[in-house]
Design a binder for this molecule. Structure first.
Ligand code: NAI
Ligand code: HPV
Length: 623
């Protein structure tokens, strides 16, 4: 089969028409809700037309993989600044970063109901540990809430599953409060060993009880650090400086990192049975929930001392009270509680052998400023459509990979969008196959971003879902769409990450029969040329049309004058043609004409195209 392609940047006008056979399959306009019209897309600014007025907005990334330009389908919200709700105290430096970007509302101590009400008008939410970001919050923020920033490490107060389902990115600030938390752990350890808070309260109540508050020494004692991550390892380092023998349990920590600071990694049981002091530094997860309980306390050395600056939930608090009462645990120093604040009459808090602080681990001036800046930058980046290095519920894509893939991301989304419009009925899609042709080794090509954007292109036109890198796979699965990928190594330049992307949709009827390949699937293929996405193949027909504006695909008998004829019709209706390309299977037989148009042709124009006798079928597609 020979395939010839000719490409013209402007239509060639000719009045010749032909009167060969009647059209067989005709289709009409496919209309979708689309995003605001982006008129200029430069690194410096974006311009939008709203009520006939040209407006510009802050710089944004062109590779908007998080769908930030899709925050709302309302154009007005795009030209106004995003609204960022800060629901807990945040350092001033971070607030300044946020204020220079959006409207910042700081409203603290919101009830769950008030948070849900407020969130529906917010693009971003910044929280610390005190705000419960539940499924209801994500439901209320649906369609607008784009990112939740956790100004700190622990994200156990955020329903990550719900965030993912609603396509909301969750970012945290994992590094800026490490030292503060470690220092607080050490402070609690020393304060507990020397009865500082109890002695302080005693002397302030007029007593002088020197013999009552004899403490224990730390030097030479064994400290078990449970969780050898950022905080745990800094606690270990400091405890070594105090002359303690430090062991650690962390199933995921590399032994050489521990060894480097003189810490032995041991099993959970070995840690808790040999320790004089236990310091907890693991996240609260279903596995670590109540990891210290009746059974584990029973295994500990009598008189063990426990520090918790991780999360209250890692300890069964009732079991700890029992262990304190029985003397298994001599003392505990707690910064965190299952319920915060704990009830006033909490037996644990009131226990004379317990030292407590109100979740102060991260509360140093330095840490709060650092965390605030870290989270503000991550949130602003996310609102710009960038992927954050601290994304908690999205695949990490390195910035260099992101920038390299940028034009392919656009191509992927447009191919998905085109492919779905070729399906008759626009629904019932079960199986999508994506074929990437690339000279790269498959290990050097991260296709998650491309797959997500194809999924976005396929699903968004046929549903109310807003798809981005966060929720693409989840939503596809939920809608019963199986997306498989195939890599074909081709002999082209490995400089380019991808040579071509082909999207195939199987087991569906097409409203444009020529888009169905010999294998029976709807199949379209595209390439990036000079940084611009192009459609290069429709079914078995080769074409070459840049994927900008809208597209008309016509199948006609290959004969002179067709381009001019259709171009004339569009010209008469004031529709500007940006690109034209003809692909044919063999001379004077069937040909496909791909016409890029800036405007959406009206019904009359489309009817006139349909009435051209040589045109057998056509479809208008919105990109
Ligand atoms: N009290 C406070 O104000 C603060 C509390 N934190 C809490 O401290 C904890 C640790 O924070 P980072 O060190 O920054 O996190 P990280 O992620 O660097 O370290 C956590 C470590 O726990 C380990 N881990 C996971 N499951 C474990 C298990 N079952 N047993 C033992 N180890 C396990 C992980 O492998 C990881 O190495 C978090 O829960 C965080 O929320 C952090 C900062 C301040
Ligand atoms: O970063 C963490 O995990 C913390 O626990 C700190 O919490 P906060 O931001 O002080 O409410």
């Amino acid at each position: 089969m020979s395939m010839a392609t000719s490409t013209l940047t402007k239509p060639v006008f000719s009045s010749s028409s032909s009167s060969i056979s009647k059209p067989t399959i005709k289709t009409s306009l496919v209309s979708f809700n689309t995003n605001p019209i982006i008129l200029s897309l430069s690194k410096k600014k974006r311009s939008f037309v709203v009520n006939n007025v040209l407006k510009t907005v802050k710089p944004t990334q062109t590779n908007d993989v998080l769908g930030a330009s899709n925050i709302s389908k309302d154009v007005g919200s795009l030209v106004s600044k995003p609204t960022i709700l800060v629901s807990e105290k945040l350092g001033e430096a971070g607030l300044q970063v946020l204020r220079s970007y959006g409207n910042v509302e700081c409203v603290y101590d919101l009830s769950q109901q008030d948070l849900c009400t407020k969130i529906s008008a917010c693009d971003a939410l910044i929280v610390r540990s005190g705000t419960k970001v539940t499924r209801e919050v994500f439901e209320a923020g649906k369609g607008r809430l784009k990112v939740v920033g956790r100004a700190g490490v622990g994200i156990d107060n955020v329903d990550l599953q719900a965030a993912t389902e609603f396509g909301c990115l969750v970012v945290n600030a994992p590094t800026a409060n490490t030292i503060a938390a470690a220092e607080h752990g050490i402070a609690l350890l020393a304060a507990m060993a020397r009865n500082i808070s109890q002695a302080d309260a005693s002397i302030k109540s007029g007593k002088w009880q020197r013999s009552k508050y004899v403490g224990v020494s730390m030097v030479g004692k064994t400290l078990a650090v449970m969780g050898f991550g950022k905080v745990g390892s800094e606690v270990a380092r400091r405890a070594k400086g105090l002359g303690m023998n430090v062991i650690s349990h962390d199933p995921y920590a590399p032994a050489d990192r521990a060894r480097a600071i003189g810490v032995e990694l041991v099993s959970f049981d070995q840690a808790i049975t040999t320790a004089d002091f236990i310091s907890l530094h693991m996240p609260l997860t279903p596995t670590t929930n109540k990891i210290l309980n009746d059974d584990t306390f029973a295994k500990m050395k009598k008189g063990v001392r426990i520090v918790n600056v991780a999360r209250g939930g890692v300890i069964d608090e009732d079991a700890l009270v029992k262990a304190l009462d029985s003397g298994i645990v001599a003392q505990a120093a707690l910064d965190v509680f299952t319920e915060e604040p704990p009830s006033k009459d909490s037996k644990l808090v009131q226990h004379e052998n317990v030292t407590v602080t109100p979740h102060l681990g991260a509360s140093t001036k330095e840490a709060q400023e650092g965390v605030a800046i870290e989270i503000a930058e991550a949130v602003v980046g996310a609102l710009n459509g960038e992927l954050s290095a601290t994304a908690v519920n999205a695949p990490m894509v390195a910035p260099e990979v992101l920038s390299e893939l940028a034009p392919y991301v656009l191509l992927a989304e447009k191919l998905g969008r085109l492919a779905v419009q070729l399906v008759s009925g626009g629904s019932g899609i079960k199986s999508v196959k994506v074929v990437y042709r690339s000279a790269r080794d498959p290990d050097d090509l991260d296709t998650r971003l491309l797959r997500a954007m194809i999924t976005k292109g396929i699903i968004e036109p046929i549903s109310n879902s807003i798809i981005n890198l966060v929720n693409a796979d989840f939503t596809a699965k939920q809608k019963g769409i199986r997306i498989s990928e195939e890599r074909v190594v081709v002999d082209s330049s490995p400089e380019q990450p991808v040579d071509s992307i082909q999207v195939q949709i199987s087991n569906v009827e097409s409203k444009f029969a020529s888009a169905v390949s010999e294998g029976g699937q709807i199949s379209i293929e595209g390439k990036v040329k000079y940084g611009v996405p192009h459609l290069t193949c429709v079914g078995s027909f080769g074409v070459d049309v840049s994927l900008e504006g809208n597209l008309i695909l016509c199948r006609q008998l290959d004969q002179p004058g067709m381009i001019g004829h259709v171009g004339n019709i569009l010209g008469e209706e004031n529709v500007n043609v940006s690109f034209m390309s003809v692909g044919r299977t063999s001379l004077r037989k069937k040909a496909i004409m791909a016409i890029g148009v800036d405007e959406e042709p009206n019904k009359e124009a489309l009817d006139k195209i349909g009435a051209v006798p040589a045109i057998e079928e056509f479809v208008f597609l919105k990109l």
